[in-house]
Ligand binder design. Sequence first.
Ligand code: NAP
Length: 237
Amino acid sequence: MAKTEKRVAVVTGANKGIGFEVARQLARRGLRVVLTSRDEARGKKAAKGLQQQGIEVDYCRLDVTRRVSVTALARYLERKYGRLDVLVNNAGILLGKYETSVLDEKESLFRETLETNFYGALRVSQALVPLMKRQGYGRIVNLSSGLGQLDHMGDGVSAYRVSKTALNALTRMLAGATADDKILVNSMCPGWVQTDMGGPTASRSVEKGAETVVWLATLPDKGPTGGFFRDKKRIPW
Ligand code: NAP
């Protein structure tokens, strides 16, 4: 039996940037948001900032690269809420220089990037999807990037690119694995967004960057699954 009537949402890497804005928007829509971050002080400060604006959120520490941390989050959700409705796999890193060719990029940089951007989302999904399956409802949004599109694949930022291509493959596989459970799983590209990752000259605000995430996180039951979106429209893989 669920311990809360509200829909419960987890956002990874939500202490700043797009994740923080997604947490804010989902909480404003009445969801019970569990804001998570790898650094507890930064995450708690972010949660407090929202509370000072009258937006109530819960907080739980989560480093997506550490299985013990992921397992602890699953236990926390089970104990406190007995449910999970929405998972936003937002935590991501972009390492190295944009200009570095795939011919020169260090293998270790690929491994480090995939550890967060791909294995992180895999780990969190494996731990939390069972909670969704149990209730026969779920929305999973994977924060991907146009840089991961095979359709437009080119040289530069190759570790980041391949991590997002792999994340897109995970989206398709998770959609297949949950097709009978009323769980909708989609990838999205937020565009070029003004965050620490996107930089100050990026063309989009965080509000705009979060828009399609929130749309996918709150899709109606007949909504799409296994798709890739930008600005609420399908884009090529
Ligand atoms: P950001 O401002 O750099 O924020 C990234 C967030 O991920 C931070 O909260 C960071 O925590 C967290 N994170 C990193 N490693 C983590 C880990 N191991 N465990 C938990 N959290 C971790 O980036 P953003 O622009 O908001 O990006 C959010 C997502 O959108 C990313 O997946 C990114 O690839 C994607 N995206 C962004 C853009 C863009 O233009 N900004 C474009 C396309 C896609 P710390 O504060 O502790 O580092």
